[in-house]
Write a protein that binds this ligand. Structure first.
Ligand SMILES: *Cc1c(COP(=O)(O)O)cnc(C)c1O
Length: 345
């Protein structure tokens, strides 16, 4: 028995592909890949990979081997790299699955070399001080069959001198280590200019509708649209408050609707009294605190709405982030498992 859930995530396939094409174009002659870790930033990695592969994308990135396994078999011509490299526990999967590890440490590269693992990618840490091999250890890469030599920018979403410093450090190490391709830029890095694109770019956020820097404003389209059903309609009498802790009080008798969705679905409490929903271009403000499974909205602007009707939660990422104080990345990856995800186009 399938019980239709009371909230859905509408996913715009044409917008996903348009975003990828814009990002690819910004990178000039570089190939454009796609980061699909965290289940395609919450959208559903299998479907994202299928759609982007059909559009011509060839290089995909997950964080873990469990994520890689879930994508098998890959579409014809697609390649997958696993960003977190190989732990001892990953070796069996790494040797059988059709994917390359991105080696990050001396331990990982010894593990891979001892196993005669074959082609791999390597992450050089040029200044994020998070994951990757320090440039000074370049000599340890001797003898590895490196497909893509990569690094990751720490501050690409800011106008920081560190961007140029990391670029310079990357070029230096690339001159010493044999490789087939070079890759540095994430979504924000792509916006820094074609200089940062090298042979392959690795956008994630902007594919899914995130705007990492102003250069992308007006070019990146929203992809994920949460929709929720009205569970109950009621009147909040003048002077009464709505929801936990009574943080919203009705100034006059107010028509409200209770949505069948909440922070348990990833519409987080930062949207309390701040978020909005909409129907046919009319805005319906969230009122009171967001609950685990319920959100109250003011439907004064759409009095025809009733039980069982659907509204869209306003979730354009830059605006939703500004309203809630929640990062665009977190807005996507928090979207819960209860949503029915459906693609249009
Ligand atoms: C997540 C990730 C990306 C994609 O970053 P966005 O900021 O989402 O574009 C690229 N490269 C690496 C190494 C990553 O971990």
């Amino acid at each position: 028995m399938t019980i239709p859930p009371p909230h859905r995530l509408r996913l715009d396939g044409a917008a996903l592909v348009a975003n990828w094409l814009w990002l690819k174009n910004q990178g000039g002659s570089a190939a454009c890949g796609a980061a699909v870790k965290a289940d395609g930033y919450g959208l559903g990695a299998r479907e994202v990979v299928a759609r982007l592969a059909a559009a011509g994308c060839r290089d995909f990135f997950t964080a873990t081997w469990a994520e890689a396994e879930a994508l098998m078999p890959l579409p014809e011509g697609a390649r997958l790299s696993v960003l977190h490299g190989v732990r001892a526990e990953d070796m069996a999967a790494a040797r059988t699955l059709d994917a390359r590890p991105v080696l990050n440490s001396i331990e990982q590269l010894m593990r891979w070399r001892d196993a005669n693992g074959g082609a791999c990618d390597v992450m050089i840490d040029t200044g994020i001080n998070r994951l990757g091999l320090p440039p000074a250890d370049w000599a340890a890469l001797e003898g590895l069959e490196i497909d893509t030599l990569m690094s990751h920018l720490a501050c690409a979403d800011e106008d920081s001198a560190r961007n140029a410093a990391q670029h310079k450090a990357f070029v230096e190490v690339a001159g010493r280590v044999p490789h087939r391709r070079l890759s540095l830029a994430n979504s924000a890095g792509i916006c820094l200019g074609a200089d940062y694109a090298f042979d392959l770019t690795r956008p994630g956020l902007a594919l899914y509708g995130g705007v990492p820097r102003d250069e992308a404003l007006g070019h990146i389209r929203q992809v994920a649209f949460p929709e929720a059903q009205i569970l109950q309609r009621r009147i909040a009498p003048a002077g009464e408050s709505v929801g936990y802790n009574g943080i919203w009080t009705a100034e006059c008798d107010t028509e409200i609707a209770i949505l069948n969705i909440g922070y348990g679905d990833g519409i987080l409490r930062g949207f309390s009294n701040r978020g909005t929903a909409s129907t046919e271009g009319r805005t319906l403000p969230f009122i009171g605190r967001v609950s685990m499974d319920l959100i109250a909205i003011d439907i004064t602007a759409a009095p025809e709405l009733g039980e069982g009707d659907w509204v869209t939660i306003d979730y354009a990422l830059p605006e939703a982030s500004a309203a809630s104080g929640i990062a665009q990345y977190e807005l996507l990856t928090s979207l819960g498992r209860r949503f029915e995800r459906y693609w249009v186009d």
